[in-house]
Design a protein around this ligand. Structure first.
Ligand code: NAP
Length: 313
């Protein structure tokens, strides 16, 4: 089957990809946005409350925010297709994007594939996946009304989702491998003031145990080596993320964590390939930064395709 040809292909339908799509569509660039599953919206859809994205004085959920971004993109007739892209490779002066359902050929590509949740790799994790082990408090939290649960991690996601889980759970243990959180201070303050949240410092999970579902976590204190157990019905893992960059491995420069290296104009080491959002090597991973990078990537892609400054060429 012949590849569907476009000036620009955007891979990923999160905040960075959709923003790039809005800018490219408004510029009437022949663009296709490819997402692995319909209406994914990226990792932000798993966030219950977004309260630091400007323009929304009242908090809204990640899913609501992404629904608005998608509607905005559709208003400008952005073409969105469902295809999981396995590889992006040079073909002449274009790029071939090999997908599970179809292939695409494009002059320029914006990679906005984001990240996926890391797992711990301890015994019991795979066995109880979906039966007491989760990476989505928004999806699974309501199932644990009046039950004790645990969150693993000390970053923004762990601490924020721990507070969200107190809406349902009788108790939320936050198990963190250090004695200091890396979460934003304002998020920490809310969690530390919540009586249902109990921090378990300097501690790692060594095993997840149970019969038909998760019943307990086996723990180890990293400083004393002391072992203990805590009874919980579910554990929510927020131990960081892994970039979805395998599709461009060998094509563009990646940093030591597998994130795509770009310049300030979102150009990667391969001409015509741009990157934006959480899959990019950078300090601050936020919706606010992702949308800015999406806009810049679209601008740069337009320059690359037309051979001149934005609107010129
Ligand atoms: P993160 O910032 O990378 O935090 C991961 C946490 O998991 C860290 O506390 C880390 O411990 C811990 N960890 C990592 N590997 C572990 C292991 N094997 N065992 C036990 N603990 C482990 O990840 P994130 O919280 O998912 O956030 C990802 C990005 O999104 C960040 O840039 C974050 O700022 C952003 N974000 C922002 C918001 C917001 O509302 N502002 C919300 C969510 C996410 P150490 O601290 O010891 O390294």
């Amino acid at each position: 089957m012949a590849a569907s040809e476009h000036a620009l292909a955007i891979v990923g339908g999160g905040p960075a990809g959709l923003t790039a799509g809005i800018y490219a569509a408004r510029d009437r660039l022949d663009t296709v946005l490819l997402e692995a599953k319909p209406l994914t919206g990226g990792q932000i859809v798993f966030t219950d409350v977004v309260e630091n994205y400007p323009g929304f004085p009242e908090p809204l959920s990640g899913a609501e925010l992404m629904d608005k971004m998608r509607k905005q993109a559709e208003r400008f007739d952005l073409q969105i297709a469902t295809a999981e892209i396995g590889t992006v490779r040079a073909q002449g002066d274009k790029y071939l994007l090999a997908g599970d359902k179809a292939d695409y050929l494009a002059q320029a590509v914006i990679v906005a594939t984001g990240t996926e949740s890391q797992k711990l790799g301890v015994p019991g994790e795979e066995e109880f996946w979906g039966a007491g082990v989760s990476t989505c408090a928004t999806c699974d939290g309501p199932l644990y009304r009046d039950k004790p649960v645990a969150v693993v991690g000390g970053g923004d996601s762990a601490v924020k989702e721990a507070v969200y889980l107190t809406k349902f759970a009788s108790k939320v243990y936050v198990i963190h491998r250090r004695d200091r959180l890396r979460a934003e201070k304002i998020i920490q303050e809310v969690a530390l003031a919540n009586e249902k949240v109990e921090f378990v410092w300097d501690t790692v999970v060594t095993e997840m145990a149970g019969k038909d579902g998760l019943e307990a976590l086996k723990l180890k204190h990293v400083k004393t080596g002391a072992e203990s157990e805590v009874a919980v019905d579910c554990v929510f893992l927020y131990v960081g993320v892994r970039p979805n960059t395998d599709l461009v491995k060998g094509l563009v420069e990646l940093d030591e964590r597998g994130l795509i290296v770009t310049d300030d104009d979102m150009r990667t080491s391969a001409p015509g390939i741009f990157a934006a959002g959480d899959c990019r090597s950078k300090k601050l991973k936020q919706v606010a930064t992702a949308v800015g990078e999406g806009a810049v990537a679209a601008y740069s892609a337009q320059e690359y395709i037309t051979g001149g400054p934005y609107g010129g060429g």
